[in-house]
Design a binder for this molecule. Structure first.
Ligand code: AMP
Length: 291
């Protein structure tokens, strides 16, 4: 192979679509002594996903990105069918970030007819998103465990953007003795503060402006805590005020909770996290900030 064809090969990741082929690739790389990093995504990639890719590339020798819009984590009235699917441009981006291997299975590959086993994580999956999206974390935990089995990596990278999800996955890995290290990377934001999300493409210009109130409410919480406020109810009220002032923002929840259990706090003593979920138009957005 000439150096130029090697270059061309490297500019597009190898895409595998079956579990057998994914495992074969990983076993081969492991056999060669390479440390494997896994970045699970639903595609429609943005700078948030790419920050996970970069974290994996820093720590691991081979980075595998999975792209799979997982039907079992969407509720019946959620956006599964209209979720953005942009495989071609995703692959181009990943090639530009030197990702060598992408696992992009079909729904039939991950859930063949007759599959009935699910992972239930328990307490940490119950509040907040667990209340508003029944069955969501059951679907998330199940697909993530299946992806860990298809791509047996050393380290898996997740975003703090989905804070409760990261706790659910840590819990599952600990409880089921899954031999993988979990890293949670910081939230990547647009310059004006909006947390990057594949769902931001749903927002009209007007909604995009209103959506800024989520990160603004979290900044308000940080400011209050910085100024010495320790009354969690007061902080939640101040956050709600910011969201209400934006207009057209329908709050799902505003929480100031324990960082590990997500139980609502009365007083901030232990390290806490502020979380917010709201609907802007038909788009449901979430964001959070450690306090
Ligand atoms: P998704 O494709 O939305 O399932 O996200 C795949 C991974 O990217 C998850 O671990 C997310 O938490 C992470 N992620 C999504 N948005 C961001 C962001 N703005 N900053 C950092 N990580 C993110």
């Amino acid at each position: 192979m000439t150096p130029s064809t090697q270059q061309t090969d490297r500019s597009q990741p190898l895409v595998v679509t079956t579990i057998d082929e994914a495992r074969r690739q990983i076993m081969q790389a492991r056999g060669a002594g390479r440390k494997i990093g896994l970045v699970p995504t639903m595609g429609a990639l943005h700078a948030g996903h790419l920050s996970l890719v970069n974290a994996s590339r820093r720590e691991c020798d081979l980075t595998v990105v999975t792209i799979f819009v997982n039907p079992t984590q969407f509720g019946p009235n959620e956006d599964y069918s209209r979720y953005p699917r942009t495989l071609e441009s995703d692959l181009k981006l990943l090639g530009e970030h030197q990702v060598e291997l992408v696992f992009a299975p079909t729904v039939d590959q991950m859930y063949p007819a007759g599959s009935t086993t699910f992972v239930e994580v328990g307490a940490v999956a119950e509040p907040l998103e667990g209340v508003r999206r029944p069955g969501h974390f059951r679907g998330v935990a199940t697909i993530v465990l299946k992806l860990f089995n298809a791509v047996p990596a050393d380290v898996a990278f997740f975003g703090q953007k989905d804070y409760q999800q990261s706790l659910v996955i840590r819990r599952m890995v600990a409880d089921l003795d899954v031999p993988i290290l979990i890293r949670v990377c910081p939230i990547i934001r647009e310059p004006d503060g909006l947390a990057m999300s594949s769902r931001n493409v749903y927002l009209s210009a007007d909604e995009r402006r209103r959506a800024l109130s989520l990160s603004q409410s979290l900044r308000k919480a940080t400011e209050l805590v910085g100024g010495g406020e320790r009354n969690a109810a007061l902080i939640r009220e101040a956050m709600k005020k910011v969201l209400d002032a934006a207009g057209g923002v329908e709050i799902d929840y505003v929480a100031v909770a324990d960082r590990d259990t997500l139980q609502e706090l009365e007083q901030l003593k232990e390290p806490a996290v502020a979380l917010v979920a709201a609907r802007v138009g038909t788009t449901r957005l979430i964001d959070n900030e450690l306090l």
